[in-house]
Design a protein around this ligand. Structure first.
Ligand code: ITT
Length: 194
């Protein structure tokens, strides 16, 4: 069985990644399964650049084939914010971050907006990038946060085909349509043929 390091410090991401890769003949290790590695500092200015840097950094430090992803929410009426700043967007809690985003929408005279989640994935090993892909899911921002599933911005991300937010559906159903589901299934297909 091949060992693969899923290099993320985000417990929500890790849970989803393990679920999506579950059918493969892979041992998916997390950062807490290996000797401590100093956290990587993100400096890139695109999802792809950050995912590549993270994958190369943790692959070098661990000596393991490593998958990393950089993800976030792009709100069209806010010119793509919070985007690559999604994790560090101001607010101590997600409800505080939501309130700030709603105030920014108000300032632009927008009640709501189309939006998407983006997941840039990079697989690194032998000192180089072996595979890259990007997954997205299109939806709308809802001003009434709903649901307790998922993580992060899921309660304000309304997915029209389901008529629900991504926090109102279970993890398997989210993975069928999500940015991360698309990206990690593409990784699974790559690993199966290589
Ligand atoms: P790692 O870099 O260690 O993987 P992180 O949380 O810092 O963890 P990112 O820099 O990629 O990761 O930031 C992604 C943020 O985007 C994440 O913290 C959430 O706030 C948001 N996000 C990403 N995917 C999401 C999803 O499926 N549902 C809700 N919010 C999501």
């Amino acid at each position: 069985m091949t060992r693969l390091l899923a290099a993320t410090t985000n417990a929500g991401k890790l849970r989803e990644i393990r679920g999506i890769l579950a059918g493969l003949d892979l041992e998916v290790l997390s950062l807490s399964d290996i000797a401590p590695i100093e956290e990587h500092e993100e400096t890139g200015d695109t999802f792809e650049a950050i995912a590549r840097d993270k994958a190369l950094y943790y692959a070098r430090a661990s000596g393991l084939p490593t998958v990393a992803e950089d993800s976030g929410l792009e709100i069209d009426a806010l010119d793509g914010l919070p985007g690559i700043t999604s994790a560090r967007f101001p607010g101590n809690t997600f409800p505080e971050k939501f309130a700030r985003l709603f105030a920014m929408l108000d300032a632009r005279g927008a009640a709501t907006s189309t939006a998407r989640f983006v997941c840039a994935l990079a697989l690194a090993g032998q000192g180089r990038i072996l595979f890259e892909t990007r997954g997205t899911v299109e939806g709308e921002i809802t001003r009434q946060p709903r649901g307790t599933g998922g993580f992060g911005y899921d309660p304000i991300f309304y997915y029209p085909p389901f008529g629900q937010t991504l926090a109102e559906i279970d993890e398997a159903r989210k993975a069928e349509v999500s940015h991360r589901g698309h990206a990690f299934r593409a990784l699974g297909a790559f690993l199966r043929r290589s």
